[in-house]
Structures are given as C-alpha cells and as structure tokens.
Design a protein. Sequence first.
Length: 295
Amino acid sequence: MKTDSLFYRLFQEWPELVLELAGLEPTVTGYTLRAEEIKQTGFRLDGVLAPPDDQPDWPLVFVEAQFQHDPDFHARWFSEMFLYLYRRPPRRAWRAVTVFPSRATEGAVEPAYEMLLAHPWVKRIYLEEALQEPTPSRGLRLLGLILVPPTMVVAEAKALLAEESPVDGGLTGVALVDWVETLLVYKLPRLSREEIRKMLDIFNVELKQTRFYQEVFAEGLEEGRQEGRQEGRQEGRQEGRQEGRQEGRQEGQRQERFRIARSLLDVIADDRLLAERIGLTEAEVRGLREVGGGG
C-alpha cells in the first residue's frame, strides 16, 4: 500500500498535525505544506511545512512518512534537508519529523547520524508504539488506521468519524470523511469507492451533512425514481406506477445488499455481524459463502 500520497494529502489539509508530531505548538495558524524538489540533485522532500513570511521566528518543519525499510534512509533524509537549507535562504530554524510504522521499519542507525537523530529538533514517530499510549491523540489514531487489519479497519474508521469534532481545530467534515474514504479504498482494493461510501452509510455514521453523502443520496434517489417511472409506464395506471416504484426500489436495494455482502465476505468473518450491517439474514449470508461469493 503506497502511503506517500495519503500522508501528504492529510498533512496538507491538517498542518497542525505535523506541528503536533514535531513537538511544536499545534494551535498556530498560517503554515502551508509543499512538496519540494531540490534542483540538480534528484532529491525530493515528502513535505516542507512553511510558516508565513511575516513570522521569521517560526521554524520550517520537514515531514517524511517512511513505511518501507531503506538502509540509506537517514543519509538521504539529512542530505535532502541540508541541501534544501543551502539552496533556499533565508535559513530559518527548523524541525524534522519522520513517521515510521515501527522501529523495525527504521532499522539500524549508522554512527554518522546518531547525534543528529538525538537532537531535540528531530522527532521520530513509531506509530505502533504511539498508539499504545494511554490517550493517543485523534491525529495519531487517524494515522493509525493505516496499520489496522482490513477486517477491523471499517469499524475503526466508523468510530473516528462518529466522534465529535474537536473544538480546537483539526481535520473535520468533508475533508475528514474524504480522507478516510480514500484510505479505505487503498486498504480494501476489492471494493469500489461507491461500495466504501455505502459501507460508511450502513455503519450509521452521521454523514448526512457531508458533500459525498448528499451526492450518493441524490444518485440513489434518482435511480429509484427512474426505476419507478419505468415500472409505472409498463403498468399504465397510477396504482401501477406507485407499486412499480415501491417494488423497484425494494428489489434494487435488495440486490445492492447482496452485491455489497459478496464484496465483504473476506472483510467481515462474522455472519451475524455482516447480516446486521447489510440488512440480510444470517441464512442469506451463509448461502453467499457456500457458493463462493467472496471469490
């Protein structure tokens, strides 16, 4: 699963999370995230969080997400940062933060970089350990969705989306839902984006005020109207039109439940839970498994 674009998007929309990870005051505003390429070197920094021009005392924040082991990571990372500072005066104070899934992913530290990594301006976040803290922040738990097994990720996403929006800012509303939706598309490649959206609705997440929920609802409503009109024309009577609309909607919804259930057989192992979430009976879910609906 490629994480670079996911992290960059999240950090771009929620720069305060980068400040939190770097050990800085997360309530300041005005920082913007950019991906920077250092010319004539081929180096490209994942992200540079730049403060406003009128705040010369605020530091630059370099942020990197490293989810694959790279024995040359530290050499490349520090080279990129210091070349950036060399090529982009004025040279501000800086902070640097890297997010690893675990210490094993980082691997051994070469002696050349031990003192730099021990510097208070440099932070390394190991998600597996950070999530074991008594009260991990909402931002860390959002990042932690990347580590959650596919069989549990939808329930975890539901819990995060259902939480009350923090009063002190952070990623909220449509931006939050859209990022979680995109993450689930990465984590559950057998499901389409449309199926992911319907799963979030099935899990009763309160998303009715978000743009994508309204789009999906409008699409479903129009489909139901079209089905009803078609059935009604065939009957040729007002009563037939009403019955046709109702039956068409019911049958369409039923077939959609079966289609989503087939896609989720490998994701949700509990027949009862899957049946409850989708709106089928346990017998119907067992029948899908027996005929190999998850293949």
